[in-house]
Design a protein around this ligand. Structure first.
Ligand SMILES: NC(=O)c1ccc[n+]([C@@H]2O[C@H](COP(=O)([O-])OP(=O)(O)OC[C@H]3O[C@@H](n4cnc5c(N)ncnc54)[C@H](O)[C@@H]3O)[C@@H](O)[C@H]2O)c1
Length: 339
């Protein structure tokens, strides 16, 4: 199979490419503009490809999805069977300040990619969506059928892409898609080869790991007056390697099944305080934490109902362990400091 992976130099993309290299003989092409992705991750993936002696090829092309002509040329030359589309802008507060960046990069570029996929006969398309499409959900755990009502341009830009996929899928039955709605992604490769390098990340576990290694002098808890047992927000943290595996399962799923949408999470939540305590425990560092007011648009509890992905796709989490998630994130952060 010939597969295109956009955003493969980024955090989740690089872990997924790694798993494909380690388990399949597919021809892999990664397109990334390196805006937040890292060339080091690509070098690591080339190394893993070499070590695994795979029959499939691994090709990295530095390109920007907004350059339609360039991307069209790549699609026509390579004739992909499948696409996994990770590339996007992903910082929620930035999306409020600069919505056009998000609608252009996330919605317009995705629409162009879907157009090229349909025109060149791509059969399977896996799309990185987000729990942000649910906004502040009416029910928890959140099901795929829970109403979508994003509360920021990031979530809306992803929901609009989902709509394009659904309409195009209806009109072109030979073009099948899986939309994966990720909850909070965290952790790093167990062997320490890859991790999250995203600059200015706002993700709690990444920020806690950065504070533990001394990159930040302190971190903040935004609100301790939520209706939760310890007053801080509760989230569903999924290890990046379990999430990466869901993409391979999704590609296999489309061999015999129709297009669909799946939540990706463990169905269990941890509070901000629990995460910080766990990071302190695994790192052995009692870093400084300051309590401040709530942030706008943070729902108290966000947990996935993952029944559908488990039952229909056979998704079996391997790393459902907060200590392991924090430990791998911390080890990766230490490596970044010394690199
Ligand atoms: N990290 C999370 O917790 C999380 C949660 C929900 C959904 N997601 C989604 O997962 C996907 C991957 O996120 P990530 O955390 O790996 O982020 P990331 O920033 O590490 O990866 C995104 C990658 O896309 C590339 N990219 C961005 N715009 C591009 C463009 N126009 N052309 C080519 N390459 C481009 C970047 O250089 C980067 O390598 C995104 O679609 C994001 O919305 C992430």
């Amino acid at each position: 199979m010939k597969i295109l992976i956009t955003g493969g130099a980024g955090y989740i993309g690089s872990h997924t490419v790694k798993q494909i290299i380690e388990s399949r003989d597919w021809d892999i092409t990664v397109i990334d503009n390196l805006s937040t992705g890292s060339l080091k991750a690509i070098d690591t993936l080339k190394q893993i490809h070499k070590e695994n002696n795979r029959k499939g090829e691994f090709d990295f092309i530095e390109a920007d999805l907004r350059d339609f002509g360039v991307i069209e040329g790549i699609f026509k030359a390579k004739k992909f069977d499948a696409v996994i589309h990770f590339a996007a802008s992903i910082v929620v507060p930035e999306s409020v300040k600069n919505p056009l960046k998000y609608y252009m990069n996330n919605t317009v570029n995705t629409t162009n990619l879907i157009k090229l996929a349909v025109e060149t006969g791509v059969k399977k398309f896996i799309f990185s969506s987000t729990a942000a499409v649910y906004g502040e959900p009416d029910e928890v755990p959140v099901k795929e059928s829970t109403p979508t009502k994003p509360i920021n341009p990031y979530g809306m830009s992803k929901l609009m892409s989902e709509t394009v996929l659904k309409d195009v899928g209806n009109a072109h039955p030979e073009f099948k898609y899986v939309i994966l709605r990720y909850f909070n992604v965290a952790g790093a490769d167990i062997k320490g080869r890859l991790g999250q390098s995203t600059p200015n990340a706002t993700h709690l576990i990444k920020v806690a790991a950065e504070t533990a290694v001394g990159k930040r002098d302190k971190m903040y808890i935004f609100g301790t007056d939520y209706p939760t047992p310890d007053g801080t927000c509760i989230r569903d943290y999924i290890h990046v390697d379990d999430l990466a595996n869901a993409h391979i399962l999704a590609l296999d799923y489309l061999d015999k099944n129709e297009s669909d949408i799946f939540n990706c999470g463990y169905g269990k939540g941890y509070s901000v305080k629990e995460v910080i305590d766990t990071m302190k425990k695994v790192s052995g560092v009692d870093f400084k934490v300051e309590i401040t007011g709530r942030r706008e648009g943070d729902p108290a509890v966000l947990i996935a109902d993952n029944t559908k992905i488990k039952e229909k796709m056979g998704f079996k989490p391997k790393y459902n362990d907060l200590e392991l998630i924090c430990k791998t994130a911390f080890e990766w952060e230490k490596k970044l400091v010394t690199a």
